[in-house]
Design a protein around this ligand. Structure first.
Ligand SMILES: Nc1nc2c(ncn2[C@@H]2O[C@H](COP(=O)(O)OP(=O)(O)OP(=O)(O)O)[C@@H](O)[C@H]2O)c(=O)[nH]1
Ligand SMILES: [Mg+2]
Length: 458
């Protein structure tokens, strides 16, 4: 019998409504001691899903607030256990008092994610669906939201089950091939199996690629602002996000550490990073900052290279462009309000075909054009993302990648003439990876670590 657990389902704070949730065999009994129906009826006689007006009463029978109570008896509840929800006026004092009263009457405080964990253990949700719940409340991206919701509805889980079935079918074909290989055309069956493996492998590989795109969409695209010291990198960051996030001074080397800021453009999250100016430095702290800049540049989806157009181009400017040339990038001539020492056509001659934007971070001139160019540059990534079901986190993506690698290996071995029975191990391994995505065959410790990341009351 499961213990009765209780927690606040809404954030602790002052607001219109706060919800306290209980789950477990004793939840109706516990709530009967904490809530008294205004109708005078017994709580346990309430039908499912019917809100009833009640007073919250303490151990001495004194009412401390009024609220609504609703019963969801097993299996018609989130956890598939008896669940009761109490809605009251949201105040930390009231909510905490009610939780304490429930504990005094036999419940215990829920651990992080325990409601969802019970839903998973009782077969109400697959692990992949449970993870969608953690993601859906975190995501800042509208497009990512649609994909996560597909998972919550179980669409991705169904796809995984489909691929599992195909692999089981392939296993069966291998078995038949081993048992009857003397009698049938061995090479024909071998070819059929290669084709079948190839189909599943292609599907999983495509799914993995799509999921990686989704990950960018969810985490935000990394846009790194770089350049020599004092060219106006921090000023550009502040202009883009519309607030004084980074310190700006006329002293070169002001920014030592990378400064990251999440910013939504058209509902699409961008992680803008202002970095320490790249140059030859003997200063220990500055050197660490420059190393960090280089790491960010490696990971960047888009790089904005800033030049100070009131200064002549220097060796350091050229070196920075060389550093980022292989990445999608935009060249920006800042300080257009000052007398110019660099002309756009000079940059165009140096770097033919490059996009060059003239701006003044100080006056704001050209910032809109810069934003448009950023959006245009990332369009390629945005356009071929179709908001469908995907593997929504790194755990699921890693399992997909492993499954894909095992299948690729199996296919290659068969093509090289390895006997069909020997590839059975690879198919088994791929099957296990798929199973783990939905939470079958999975280590208890992994399950613990997944639900520990949820908040209490989820
Ligand atoms: N006139 C003018 N000055 C600017 C412009 N952008 C930045 N500045 C000035 O240039 C100086 C350096 O600006 P920052 O934004 O701190 O430059 P940075 O590249 O972040 O500098 P470090 O962090 O030291 O590498 C400050 O005095 C800014 O006010 C601009 O468009 N026009
Ligand atoms: Mg700076």
């Amino acid at each position: 019998m499961s213990e009765t657990i209780v927690a606040a389902s809404t954030p602790l704070g002052v607001g219109a409504i706060g919800i306290i949730k209980l789950s477990g065999k004793g939840s109706i009994e516990v709530v009967s001691k904490v809530c008294r129906l205004r109708s005078g009826k017994e709580i346990k006689k309430l039908p499912n899903f019917k809100l009833a007006l009640c007073d919250i009463i303490d151990n001495n029978g004194k009412a401390l607030d009024e609220g609504l109570v609703v019963l969801m008896r097993e299996p018609f509840s989130y956890t598939r256990e008896d669940v009761v929800e109490i809605q009251v006026h949201s105040s930390p004092l009231i909510i905490q008092k009610i939780i304490q009263l429930c504990i005094n009457n036999g419940a215990r405080l829920a651990e992080p994610g325990e409601f969802t964990k019970r839903a998973f253990l009782n077969g109400r949700l697959s692990l992949n669906q449970a993870e969608s719940i953690a993601e859906i409340v975190k995501t800042q991206s509208e497009k990512a939201l649609y994909s996560i919701y597909q998972n919550l509805r179980g669409i991705f889980g169904e796809k995984i089950s489909e691929w599992q079935k195909s692999l089981v079918f392939i296993q069966a074909s291998i078995q038949v091939e081993c048992d009857f290989s003397d009698r049938m055309g061995a090479s024909n069956i071998q070819n059929t199996i290669i084709n079948e493996i190839n189909d599943v492998w292609q599907n999983i590989k495509q799914q993995y690629d799509r999921s990686k795109k989704f990950q960018n969409l969810k985490d935000g695209l990394l846009v790194v602002i770089c350049g020599k010291p004092n060219v106006g990198k921090s000023s550009v960051l502040n202009s883009i996000i519309g607030k004084d996030r980074a310190i700006v001074t006329p002293i070169p080397g002001t920014t030592r550490d990378a400064i990251e800021e999440l910013f939504l453009i058209e509902g699409f999250p961008f992680r803008f990073v202002d970095t320490a100016g790249i140059h030859e430095s003997k200063n220990f702290i500055e050197k660490i900052g420059i190393e960090k800049t280089k790491k960010y540049l490696e990971e960047a989806h888009l790089v904005i290279v800033i030049f100070d157009r009131s200064q002549n181009l220097q060796n350091e400017d050229y070196k920075i462009v060389d550093l980022v040339r292989k990445k999608p990038h935009i060249l920006v001539l800042n300080k257009s309000d000052l007398t110019s020492k660099i002309e756009k056509k000079e940059i165009n001659q140096l770097y033919p075909g490059e996009q060059v934007i003239e701006i003044s971070a100080l006056s704001g001139e050209g910032i809109d054009r810069l934003m448009d160019t950023i959006i245009e540059k990332v369009k390629i990534i945005k356009e071929n993302y179709d908001e469908d079901y995907v593997a929504i986190n790194l755990r699921q993506q890693n399992e997909l990648l492993k499954a894909s690698t095992f299948l690729e290996q199996a296919k290659k071995s068969l093509e090289e003439g390895v006997p069909v029975d020997l590839i059975s191990i690879d198919i088994d391994e791929a099957l296990r990876c798929l199973k783990r995505i939905n939470g079958e065959d999975i280590d208890e410790k992994i399950i613990e670590s997944i639900f520990n990341k949820f908040c209490i009351g989820k």
